[in-house]
Design a binder for this molecule. Structure first.
Ligand SMILES: Nc1ncnc2c1ncn2[C@@H]1O[C@H](COP(=O)(O)OP(=O)(O)OP(=O)(O)O)[C@@H](O)[C@H]1O
Ligand SMILES: [Mg+2]
Length: 255
């Protein structure tokens, strides 16, 4: 009997999107499987962050389909997207904490947004989330007084507090030292194991990829050029992927 293929939490097909007069997504298709951690790689400016926003219903394509948990979200009324977005915890590329809120208020934000008003319960859940990222001693600090790595950890605590089904991370370790990077990678793995979350991680860090990814996708020219196992990715002979992996600059155009 054939194996049933693993269920996809997200199934995006044929996404087309222009931004600023450029074709950014040119038929991108991707399946994010239940429970997996998928790393998405690609060159700077090739559309990784734009793709991530499409997967969480924050940006809509001109054509194509995005199914979340089986439900189509393209073309759906804005009011019906709220419950879909709540399935996600998002870590944006710039870490974006609210500067005028302290750590506790930042992390509590998704709960308030969901209408939770019990301040005792909110405080308890904020502590649990901050404990998970080792930041519980910094409750009252303002973001400006945190290091870059601490800010990322607070943003992670905020991303997990509402116990989302799926975490989308946009460059969670960019700009961090190797130890801070290893710590964030461990947290990503921990969340996957402890809360059974499905995750997609955009990253440029090949060492991180080896630590966290169950599968790897390579985005190029607005499409998913490759998706497969880390072994297949690192052993690829595809010239474009080899150039990326070996960190070679573009060849000058032949004249
Ligand atoms: N809101 C926008 N308006 C106009 N152009 C945009 C917008 N958002 C993204 N773009 C353009 O879309 C392209 C892809 O951007 P995106 O941020 O997805 O790249 P990326 O792959 O995430 O790059 P990086 O690795 O540097 O983060 C870029 O050319 C960018 O300038
Ligand atoms: Mg980006």
């Amino acid at each position: 009997m054939p194996h049933p293929s693993p269920a996809a939490f997200i199934e995006a097909t044929g996404l087309i999107k222009h931004l600023g007069g450029h074709l950014v997504l040119n038929g991108a298709s991707l399946r994010l499987l239940e429970g997996e951690t998928l790393a998405v790689l690609g060159r700077s400016g090739d559309g990784k962050s734009v793709l991530l926003k499409h997967l969480a219903g924050l940006m809509m394509p001109e054509s194509g389909s995005v199914r979340i948990d089986g439900d189509e979200i393209v073309g759906v009324d804005e009011r019906r997207l709220g419950p879909v977005r709540r399935k996600f915890g998002l870590l944006f590329q710039n870490g974006a904490l609210f500067d005028s809120f302290n750590v506790e208020e930042n992390v509590a934000f998704p709960l308030l947004e969901q209408g939770l008003r019990d301040s005792g319960e909110i405080r308890r859940r904020v502590r649990v989330s901050l404990e998970a990222v080792g930041m519980v001693d910094h409750l009252m600090k303002m973001p400006i007084h945190l290091s870059g790595g601490q800010r990322k950890r607070v943003a992670l605590a905020r991303a997990i507090i509402a116990q989302p089904h799926c975490l989308l991370y946009d460059e969670p370790t960019a700009g961090l030292d190797p130890i801070a990077t290893a710590n964030i990678d461990r947290l990503i793995r921990d969340f996957q194991r402890r809360f059974r979350v499905t995750s997609l991680v955009i990253t440029h860090d090949l060492q991180s990829v080896r630590r966290i990814a169950d599968r790897i996708a390579f985005l190029c020219a607005g499409r998913i050029h490759f998706i497969g196992s880390p072994d297949a990715f690192f052993a690829t002979e595809d010239p474009m992927m080899r150039q990326f992996l070996d960190g070679r600059a573009d060849e000058p155009e032949a004249s």
